[in-house]
Design a protein around this ligand. Sequence first.
Ligand code: NDP
Length: 249
Amino acid sequence: MRKLENKVALITGGNSGIGLATAKLFTQEGAKVVITGRRQEALDQAVKEIPGEVTAILADASDLDANKAAIGKTVETYGKIDILFLNAGIAPFAPIAEITEEHFDELFNINVKGPFFTIKEAIPHLSEGAVIIGNTSVVNQKGFPGTGVYSATKAALRSLSRVLANELAEKKIRAVSVAPGPIDTPIYGKLGLPEEQIQQMGASFSEIVPLSRFGSAEELAKTVLFLASDEASYVNGVELAVDGGMSQV
Ligand code: NDP
């Protein structure tokens, strides 16, 4: 039997990288999947690539009304939500001296405020035994220069999942996080950094990751599948690092 038979999953930021790989794996495992994204063209392309039952909804992660509408459409289409994967996120870096209010607000609106209110809207529709999975990052356990605001957004998401694990326990809802280390996805092209600096960053990651390589979106997706499935039925409140050992040594 497939691991997510009869499950309904909503994945934010499902047109690229980790979200897209997870959507593909989830449908292969029998789930009906809804992906959100901020670009219609990218969503249309993702729908072509994802095998099985998938619905794409245009919704900017920082737009609370759009997120509410996405929850409504998911429930209208599939009747419930069993898996909520809050994956959409951005990671522009800036040293503290250069941080602007705009940088701060953009990161917090997309990485924190959007997920908070998406969860709030989803709660009445989450089935008993549902799972909420936040995509955090190893940065919330490290002190990498230039990641001040980004790290803070991921720490906020990680904290929220601890609280949810308690608040939603009555409905047997689990709340967990996955914390990727360096994963080879298009996000590195969206950091606003020159190519040379991205190459340097990649080389430095190889030095501090015990497995000496980037992870793949597919490796992340397999971990998210574990957390979403009944195999993780007693795994709750945890943040699971998928980082080749980077945060552990
Ligand atoms: P990608 O850029 O490939 O995927 C991010 C997804 O989120 C894209 O679909 C992107 O859309 C979407 N997204 C971003 N902003 C918004 C928005 N405002 N509204 C709707 N969708 C949005 O990167 P990853 O797959 O690597 O990132 C996924 C998550 O993993 C992020 O939360 C990231 O912080 C986290 N992470 C990634 C790491 C890595 O090394 N890759 C390490 C640690 C954490 P669009 O295609 O339009 O940009």
